[in-house]
Design a protein around this ligand. Structure first.
Ligand SMILES: Cc1cccc2c(=O)nc(N)[nH]c12
Ligand SMILES: [Zn+2]
Length: 378
């Protein structure tokens, strides 16, 4: 294993613990005002100031460290000034761990039915009441300062897939200018602002975007514009081009990813942080995640299956309930059924990142990856 290399810097400082093997995988520790957290890490998504169907106490019990919330949603409802008056997002949702807020860029492009992007920012219609709204780097940063997350994101455009080279180039250059404006607008100490690398699926644009943002010196870097429908090999190729350009002593956050096979590949390239709605979303339609792939516990096959979802899982659902019981609840539209599948899926991913961290620390990550991929069917 390689020697310890790390420097303590203020906020979202990244202390690289161990870098192993011939991959870029690393185990680190992220310093924030709400604690020091281990990486690689999965961050449960709590879009509207709640991780759907689970309580902060359950999140703590299952080992969640940092959770996500979305500026776009909270800006529209209940309003970020209201959250500030309530004492900030941690107080409002009673979560004393870390919080990361996304800047709204992605949600505007994926949710706003009508949108117009200019140098100034993005005009869109609220998906709630159809009112005309506008987000700019300055507005998005002010909103995130109101919410008070430990880590906030620069305002960016998530380039759709596929996109013409020319559009991707102009959009990426604008995202870099927006990052600079985000930096200038960010005046709240005790809060780390991460930039977001774009570049579409073009290697040269990815490299330019990473180099330009690194020269602006952010405490951490998101990698955006991936897991937007591109084939997985293309996503991995973009990671291979981008991650090595990002400073080793700063956290790298792959946005919107993902399934366990994507996580283990991204960790190999040197990614530290992940978020994805997948585990909570598929849980709500009765799909459980296991190391062998997905198990649709709602299927008739499990009507009389009195085993837990996964006998080796330490989560509340697997320790106390059978597939038959959870299937019954889901068929009966009982809320507790959704809660149990959600608890299991979140626990599975949080535990999976813990296992990857342990494998890195024990310098056996590459064999861990091999074994996992051999068993996991996509
Ligand atoms: C949440 C998310 C997923 C995937 C991509 C992105 C992106 O490119 N930019 C932002 N701000 N967020 C994203
Ligand atoms: Zn479980």
């Amino acid at each position: 294993t390689c020697a310890f290399a790390g420097q303590k810097k203020v906020l979202a400082a990244y202390e690289e613990a161990v870098k192993c093997g011939y991959s870029g995988a690393r185990a680190g520790r992220l310093h924030t005002p709400h604690g020091v957290f281990d990486t690689p890490m999965f961050m449960p998504v709590g879009t509207q100031a709640t991780v759907k169907a689970v309580s902060p106490r359950e999140l703590k019990e299952m080992g969640a460290q940092i959770i996500l919330s979305n500026t776009y949603h909270l800006y529209l409802r209940p309003g970020t000034e209201l959250v500030a008056e309530a004492g900030g997002l941690h107080r409002f949702m009673d979560w004393d761990g870390g919080i990361l807020t996304d800047s709204g860029g992605f949600q505007v492009f994926s949710l706003g039915p009508l949108r117009k992007i200019t140098e100034e920012g993005a005009a869109f219609r609220s998906h709630i009441d159809g009112s005309t709204q506008f987000l700019s780097p300055e507005i998005a940063i002010k909103a995130q300062m109101n919410l008070g997350a430990d880590i906030i994101m620069a305002f960016d455009e998530c380039i759709p897939y596929p996109a013409e080279y020319q559009y991707a180039k102009l959009s990426t250059e604008r995202t870099t200018r927006w990052a600079e404006r985000s930096q200038k607008a960010h005046t709240r100490s005790g809060q780390a602002l991460f930039a977001i690398v774009q570049g579409g699926m073009y290697q040269d644009l990815r490299r330019v975007s990473a180099n330009d943002l690194v020269s602006l010196d952010f405490p951490g870097y998101g990698i955006g514009g991936l897991s937007v429908g591109e084939p997985k090999p293309v996503m991995y190729e973009m990671l291979e081009q981008t991650v090595p350009l990002l400073p080793e002593n700063k956290p790298r956050y792959l946005m919107g990813v993902g399934t366990p096979d994507c996580l283990v590949e991204a960790v190999r390239y040197g990614i530290d942080m992940f978020d994805c709605v997948f585990p909570t979303r598929v849980a709500r339609n009765g799909t459980a995640m296991t190391k062998s792939g997905r198990l649709v516990v709602k299927n008739a096959a499990y009507a009389k299956d009195f085993l837990p979802i996964d006998e080796n899982c330490g989560c509340y659902a697997c320790q106390n309930f059978s597939r038959a019981y959870i299937r019954h609840l889901l068929k009966a539209d009982e809320i507790f059924g959704l809660r149990l599948t959600t608890i299991h899926n979140l626990y599975f991913l949080l535990d999976f990142t813990k296992k990857m961290r342990q494998a890195i620390l024990e310098d056996r990550f590459l064999s861990f990856r091999e074994e996992f991929l051999a068993q996991y069917c996509k």
